[in-house]
Design a protein. Structure first.
Length: 149
């Protein structure tokens, strides 16, 4: 899998909750060894509600549906981040994420992030800031939706 494809997907995503760290190709290449590649198949969940694996995914291609108790909440495509809540908190996942189109997701586990932060602290901080922005925007959206629903 090509890290350029991942970089392009992130850069091309025009969404309020897009990953806002602007990494160079060299930085993406430095990050790539810490990531795992997951080939997504339609209907084969990327993560399950209640699981506690501390892994965040960045979608390079394809599309996923975010579900809570079988109710669809969101559809996310290439360039989006998914799983950021459990990545940061270590708490069980709040949703099941199921691919609706085949694609590729790049995963970063917490222990690999810790290794990255020791070897490339500046890169880790940039990535962390970008993921924190995604989390903050999504939390705010969820609070506003709940408040006005």
């Amino acid at each position: 899998m090509n890290v350029q494809q991942l970089m392009d997907a992130v850069e091309q995503l025009n969404a309020r909750d897009a990953l806002q760290c602007k990494l160079s190709l060299d930085e993406w290449k430095a990050l790539a060894p810490y990531l795992s590649v997951r080939f997504m198949r339609v209907g084969d969940p990327l993560m399950f509600e209640g699981d506690a694996d501390r892994e965040v995914y960045i979608l390079a291609e394809g599309e996923v549906e975010v579900r809570i108790q079988d109710h669809a909440l969101a559809t996310l495509g290439a360039g989006n981040v998914v799983g950021e809540g459990t990545f940061f908190s270590g708490e069980p996942r709040s949703a099941t994420v199921v691919p609706t189109k085949t694609g590729v997701a790049w995963g970063l586990k917490w222990d690999r992030f810790e290794a990255l932060s020791k070897k490339h602290p500046g890169l880790a901080i940039d990535l962390l800031k970008g993921l924190a922005i995604v989390l903050a925007i999504r939390m705010r959206q969820a609070v506003l939706v709940e408040h006005f629903a």
